[in-house]
Design a protein around this ligand. Structure first.
Ligand code: HEC
Ligand code: HEC
Length: 451
């Protein structure tokens, strides 16, 4: 007999009976045939190429559209669908208009919209103040990372989220927040805390964390756009020692091939973290094992709830980990627009990076992290240990630096403490006594932007 799944148990015991979402995942939207996925080049015959292409497009489908059955949580427990549809459709409150949805950073995939919707949008004939429009967008599968389960009466029965919610954005080609998908790019506008706060009832979360509901809402509000706190549900720590939010910047999911440990604090490999997120954060339905979470000093909430020993009969995650990983490894970091950088400064910056500034001793090109155990204490890089101490190894992972220019909006380092790359360079210059001149610092920044 399977042991009760901790998070499901939470939902089933305190989830106000709205457990209909338990059955989970609706039909997965098809990958558009026009969207090419490049077959990997490593040889084999035509058949093998076709196979790897099929695995990649399956991985992309999972990344974009798979909820792993997490409707049971986002709809069933948090009842977010009720807040989105509004009382007009049997939910609660005024509902969420497209304007509000865009304001909390949700993105619209223009390729999912049918011709008529596009024309109407183009001619200003779509009511962006009406929750009905949001429901229409959801039914077209056009809200990136959010999957509505229709109730057949124009409203929603439930709602789930996918990896793309946080790790995809759009190119704004149609309008701000509306465009073609950019998989792997962090959604720097997404206000996860504000979205979760739409829930009419956060009692289950409050009970899990052992606090009252207003406290939960204050914590969610403290995150701000582009941030999320994946460790909160392990250790219940919401604020750093100086009072700043404990949330981290949502990182890119591109440029990770060849990198050993993942997340800011090196929790594990890509498939490790994918399983962790799918089950413990998204609340999908799958098996998960990590006895490190039994450490009740470090992870009181995880230890108490058995998060490191999740067993379910119907596993909707494990069989997807291989193709999901394949797809993630295929996501290369975006290159800077040609002509946008001063090539001479970039060349001088490159010399500094491996020379006087000694950056390459940790950020080893071309990975820009160490081959091997890519971990350091806070003291080694001149920062506090707060976030590191919330992870199994107590260290920070050397961030791979590709595509930095595409995720500059919420600052750098795990919590975005350095607003710009120039601030990062200033920090290292003073901490390591590098003696860089202002011109050298500018060259180094130009090089970082070129990666
Ligand atoms: C609610 C937002 C959110 C969702 C949904 C989400 N992630 Fe993340 N992801 C994050 C945050 C925040 C981190 C950083 C965590 C940390 O370091 O503590 C992260 C880290 C990662 C990393 C590590 C990146 C690196 O630099 O090593 C990978 C890989 C990743 N996520 C993949 C996924 C996949 C695959 C899914 C779906 C199964 C997913 N994420 C769902 C927010 C999210
Ligand atoms: C001792 C190893 C080490 C050295 C030397 C080092 N770094 Fe880092 N670097 C790290 C670690 C670890 C992090 C992760 C810090 C965090 O997230 O809080 C990091 C983070 C960064 C980031 C932030 C990336 C992001 O996406 O947030 C940048 C940029 C960076 N380093 C650039 C440099 C430059 C430029 C130099 C040389 C002046 C340098 N580093 C030297 C280990 C090192």
């Amino acid at each position: 007999m399977a042991k009760a799944w901790a998070v499901a148990a939470l939902a089933c015991t305190v989830g106000a009976g709205a457990w209909t979402g338990c059955s989970g995942g609706g039909p997965v939207a098809a990958v558009q045939a026009s969207d090419p996925v490049t077959a990997s080049e490593h040889g084999g015959g035509f058949g093998q190429q076709l196979q790897s292409q099929a695995q990649l497009s399956n991985g992309r489908r999972i990344f974009r559209f798979d909820t792993f059955g997490d409707e049971a949580f986002w709809g069933g427990v948090l009842r977010l669908h009720e807040a989105i549809e509004g009382s007009g459709h049997g939910g609660v409150g005024a509902g969420v208009s497209p304007k509000t949805a865009l304001a909390v950073g949700l993105k619209v995939d223009v390729d999912a919209l049918d011709h008529r919707t596009l024309e109407a949008l183009r001619h200003g004939k779509v009511n962006l103040d009406s929750p009905d429009t949001t429901l229409a967008l959801l039914s077209e599968g056009a809200v990136v990372g959010v999957k509505g389960v229709p109730d057949g009466k124009g409203g929603l029965k439930s709602l789930g989220i996918t990896c793309a919610l946080c790790h995809s954005t759009v190119d704004d080609s149609f309008a701000p927040g509306i465009g073609h998908r950019l998989d792997g790019w962090p959604n720097q506008d997404l206000n996860v805390g504000a979205i979760v706060n739409l829930s009419p009832d956060l009692t289950p979360v409050a009970q899990l964390l052992g606090v009252d509901q207003p406290t939960v809402r204050t914590v969610l509000q403290s995150w701000g756009p582009g941030k999320f706190d994946a460790e909160l549900f392990m250790d219940g720590k919401a604020f750093q020692d100086d009072g700043r939010s404990a949330a981290t910047v949502i990182p890119p999911a591109y440029g990770l091939a060849g990198v050993n440990l993942h997340t800011y604090t090196g929790w594990g490999s890509i498939p490790y973290w994918n399983a962790f997120v799918a089950i413990l954060e998204m609340h999908g339905q799958g098996n998960f094992f990590d006895p490190r979470l039994d450490d009740a000093n470090k992870f009181p909430i995880a230890a108490k709830n058995g998060f490191g020993h999740v067993h379910v009969d119907d596993d909707l995650v494990t069989s997807k980990l291989a193709d999901l990983q394949r797809y993630q490894l295929s996501l290369t970091a975006p290159r800077p627009r040609s002509g946008s950088l001063d090539v001479h400064a970039v060349a001088r910056g490159r010399d500094l990076f491996s020379g006087q500034a000694r950056c390459a001793s940790c950020h080893v090109p071309p990975l820009y992290t160490e081959p091997g155990w890519n971990m350091h204490t806070g003291a080694e890089i001149g920062i506090d240990d707060f976030q590191a101490s919330r992870s199994p190894d107590g260290r920070y992972r050397t961030t791979p630096l590709r595509g930095l220019a595409s995720h500059a909006k919420r600052g750098f380092f795990h919590d975005g403490r350095f607003a710009t790359l120039a601030d990062v360079v200033d920090h290292y210059d003073s901490f390591f006594h590098l003696g860089l001149s202002p011109a050298q610092k500018a060259d180094l920044v130009e090089y970082l932007k070129s990666l």
